[in-house]
Design a protein around this ligand. Structure first.
Ligand SMILES: N[C@H](CCC[C@H](N)C(=O)O)C(=O)O
Length: 368
């Protein structure tokens, strides 16, 4: 599938700079020695997007000293280059955990397939994202329904950063600017994000699930039916893991106090946890350094998405795990590679509350 992305963020830079005299085709070819196609007298920006007009490109396809016009309505984009259908989307992120959001309110099923979603998530040939989130009509009294596909096309039950982004997106669709809560139905049950006056979103993430077979894991329970500090050998090391579900499965490995979480070979060990046989539905895995009883530092390897800059359900799961292991208080600052989340596992109602940001990045049209 040729996927060309027209991004208004790019096209809005259309004519900001005074156009220098156009180089001849040769200049473009000579400058553009990255083997990029210029047979139509056009450079292609490094993102492989066609530029409307010849322009100076450096060897890496970077546009230089010229405004660039980018878009699928380019005259050269033949039908062969552009698929038959397009998809309007808005790109949001929660601490760098980024998502393509789609207004799907007219139907109760996602408008594109998991395979198409995976292609859109490709960071070279698509929009690039950790997942695609669809806003569907509410059911059983909820305001909306959230469905999400990971960047590998798999469908998880829930996404913490994603539901904060969805709350912001829905408020934009409705033209809401004041603080309000939404009841959002998910495969993990009813989740309630609240837009706060300060722009943050506080989400009632519901109750953590600890029963081993409901994680699910085949690890033997160690504490009241839960898997707490259980040994699991991965990559030749025996880890102590605690398993928590926030609707989606999490394997939490709390490190010794003096071990730097950024010293771990995440790319090597992440997949070995994700696809480990003791997790029949695979798992998200959080590696945690306890800086203090109320300050935890984490890295994550996500099921179906790999290393991400943040994982909201993971941050919730790790606070529950750290409390169960007696290493943290119930209200913690969780430091993720993309930024901080405030997580509270409230004793009064056994619910976990997550507070953090959600930011819009750009709007666009994707061609499928
Ligand atoms: N990859 C996760 C879903 C996204 C979770 C994460 N991005 C979050 O913010 O909670 C899974 O397959 O369970």
């Amino acid at each position: 599938m040729a996927s060309l992305v027209h991004s208004s963020a790019l096209s809005c830079s259309r004519a900001t700079a005074a156009l220098a005299p156009l180089p001849s085709r040769g200049d473009c070819r000579a400058l553009n020695n990255g083997g990029l196609r210029t047979d139509l007298g056009l450079c292609r920006h490094k993102s492989n997007l066609p530029l409307l007009r010849r322009t100076r490109c450096d060897a890496f396809g970077n546009v230089r000293a010229q405004a660039m016009s980018v878009g699928v309505e380019t005259k050269i984009a033949s039908k062969a280059d552009v698929g038959e259908s397009s998809l309007q989307f808005v790109k949001y992120h929660g601490l760098g955990n980024d998502f393509i959001l789609v207004d799907n309110r007219k139907s109760s099923t996602p408008c594109i397939s998991p395979e198409a979603a995976a292609k859109l998530c490709d960071r070279n040939f698509g929009v690039g994202a950790d997942g695609v989130i669809f806003v569907l009509p509410g059911i059983n009294g909820s305001d909306y329904t959230m469905r999400i596909y990971n960047s590998d096309g798999s469908e998880p039950e829930m996404c913490g950063n994603g539901i904060r982004c969805m709350a912001k997106f829905v408020a934009e669709l409705e033209g809401i600017t004041e603080s309000r809560s939404y009841k959002i139905d998910t495969l993990a049950g009813l989740i309630v994000p609240k837009l706060m006056d300060d722009g943050q979103i506080c989400v009632d993430m519901g109750t953590p699930i600890l029963e081993a077979k409901k994680i699910p894991t085949t690890l033997e329970p160690t504490q009241d039916g839960a898997v707490v500090k259980a040994p699991l050998v991965v990559a030749g090391r025996s880890w102590n893991v605690t398993c928590v579900s926030m609707g989606n499965p999490h394997c939490v490995a709390l490190l010794d106090a003096n071990e730097d979480v950024y010293s771990l070979p995440l790319a090597e060990i992440g997949p070995l946890f994700e696809k480990n046989e003791v997790f029949p539905a695979k798992t998200n895995t959080e590696f945690v350094q306890v800086l203090s009883p109320s300050h935890l530092r984490m890295r994550v390897w996500e099921r179906g998405a790999g290393p991400t800059l943040a994982c909201g359900t993971g941050a919730c799961a790790l606070v529950v795990a750290a409390v169960l292991e007696g290493r943290a208080e119930r209200d913690c600052l969780v430091e993720l590679p993309g930024g901080p989340l405030q997580i509270e596992w409230r004793e009064s109602d056994n619910h976990v509350y997550m507070t953090g940001p959600a930011e819009i990045a750009f709007r666009g049209t994707a061609y499928l």
